[in-house]
Design a protein around this ligand. Structure first.
Ligand code: PLP
Length: 336
C-alpha cells in the first residue's frame, strides 16, 4: 500500500518495539502475550496520536495553516501530543478541553496531561460536557479566521481518514515485524475511543490481506455504536487510499464490557490491570484507555476466550501521563 502521496512529517523516532511478555504469560497461564509499544512513539512522552499527527500536521503544512485547533477531554493525550507537534513545526495552537468526567479529584484538573499542556504552552479554552465539540471547534475556527489566521481543525482524537493513515502504517509495521520474527499473530487487542486507531489498523491489515483479527475494547461507546463508528471511518480511509473492492465490515469487532461507569471513570479491573503489567513486566498502562483495554484482555484470558499457545499482541497506545491525574485511585493509601 503506497502512502507516499500523502503529505507527512516525521514525528516517530523509529519502528516501535514488539516485545514478548514472559512473566505475565506465565502468571495468567493462557495465550502467549506480546506487546506492541506504541507508547514509545517518541513525541511528548509518546502514544498513538503521534502516528496520526504525522499525516495531520503534514496536511496542515501543505495547506499553509498557521494555527492548529483541536479538542479533547480534560486529560486528553491527543491534545498533549498535538500541542507538542504544533510547537515542533512552528505552528500556533488552541485547544478546547471538555469537562467530560465529573466529580474527579483535583489532580484530574491540574496534573498529568493538563500539566504538560501548560508546559508545552498553548491557548486553552474549557467547555462543559454535552456540547457538540466539533461544532465548538468550527466556531473557534471562524474566530481565528476573522483574526487573520489560517486554522487547521483536527477532530477529537485526530480521528478522520488522514489521521487514520497513521494506523495503516502501524499495521504495516507490525506485519513486517511478525514476518521478521516468524511470529504468527492470532489476534491484536487494543483500546478504542474516537475510532481512528482501530479504523486505520484494520484497513492496514485488510488492505494487505494480512489476515490478523483485531479486537477493539471500547472505553466509552456501546459495542454496536462503536462498531458502526469504526466501520464508517474505515470505509472512508479505504476510499482515501483507493484500495480495490469494498472494505470488509466484518473485520471490525468491538467489546464494550469493560467501560464500567463511563469514559474516564475508574474500574477495579483497570486498577488491577495497571498494577499487573507494572509489577510483572515493568510497563505502565494508563487509567482511561489502555488500563481498561488490558483489563478486558486479562478477563477474557481468565474466561478462556483465547486458546493456550495462541499469540496475542496488545497494541499499547500510550497515555501513562494520565496516571498522575488518578493517583488518589491508584495509590489511595499514600499520604498526599
Ligand atoms: C492512550 C490512548 N489509547 C487509546 C486511545 C483510543 O484511540 P482512538 O481514539 O484512535 O480510538 C486514545 C485516544 O485518545 C488514547 O489516548
Amino acid at each position: 500500500m503506497n502512502l507516499t502521496r500523502f503529505p507527512r512529517v516525521n514525528l516517530t523516532l523509529s519502528a516501535t518495539p514488539l516485545e514478548f511478555l514472559p512473566n505475565l504469560t506465565k502468571h495468567l497461564g493462557g495465550p502467549n502475550l506480546y506487546i506492541k509499544r506504541d507508547d514509545h512513539t517518541g513525541l511528548a512522552l509518546g502514544g498513538n496520536k503521534t502516528r496520526k499527527l504525522e499525516f495531520l500536521i503534514g496536511d496542515a503544512l501543505a495547506k499553509k495553516a498557521t494555527h492548529i485547533l483541536t479538542q479533547g477531554a480534560t486529560q486528553s493525550n491527543h491534545v498533549r501530543q498535538t500541542i507538542a507537534a504544533a510547537n515542533k513545526f512552528g505552528l500556533k495552537s488552541t485547544v478546547l478541553l471538555e469537562e467530560r468526567v465529573s466529580g474527579a479529584h483535583a489532580d484530574y484538573y491540574g496534573n498529568g496531561n493538563v500539566l504538560l499542556d501548560q508546559i508545552f504552552g498553548t491557548s486553552i479554552e474549557t467547555r462543559p460536557s454535552g456540547l457538540d465539540m466539533n461544532k465548538e471547534l468550527e466556531s473557534v475556527g471562524e474566530r481565528l479566521r476573522a483574526a487573520g489566521e489560517t486554522p487547521y481543525l483536527i477532530p477529537g482524537g485526530g480521528s478522520n481518514p488522514i489521521g487514520a493513515l497513521g494506523y495503516v502504517v502501524s499495521a504495516q509495521e507490525l506485519v513486517a515485524q511478525a514476518n521478521e520474527q516468524q511470529l504468527i499473530i492470532d489476534r491484536v487487542v487494543h483500546a478504542t475511543g474516537s475510532t481512528g486507531t482501530q479504523a486505520g489498523f484494520v484497513v492496514g491489515i485488510e488492505g494487505t490481506n494480512s489476515r490478523i483479527p483485531v479486537l477493539g475494547i471500547s472505553v466509552r461507546m456501546p459495542k454496536e455504536k462503536q462498531e458502526e463508528n469504526v466501520r464508517k471511518l474505515a470505509r472512508q480511509t479505504w476510499e482515501l487510499l483507493g484500495i480495490r473492492g469494498e472494505f470488509p465490515d466484518a473485520a471490525v469487532e468491538v467489546n464494550s464490557d469493560y467501560v464500567g461507569g463511563g469514559y474516564g471513570v475508574p474500574t477495579e479491573g483497570m486498577v488491577e490491570a495497571v498494577k499487573l503489567l507494572a509489577r510483572h513486566e515493568g510497563i505502565l498502562l494508563d487509567p482511561v484507555y489502555t488500563g481498561k483495554a488490558f483489563a478486558g484482555l486479562v478477563d477474557l484470558i481468565r474466561k478462556g476466550y483465547f486458546r493456550k499457545g495462541e499469540n496475542i499482541v496488545f497494541l499499547h497506545t500510550g497515555g501513562a501521563v494520565g496516571l498522575f491525574a488518578y493517583r488518589s485511585i491508584l495509590a489511595p493509601q499514600a499520604a498526599f
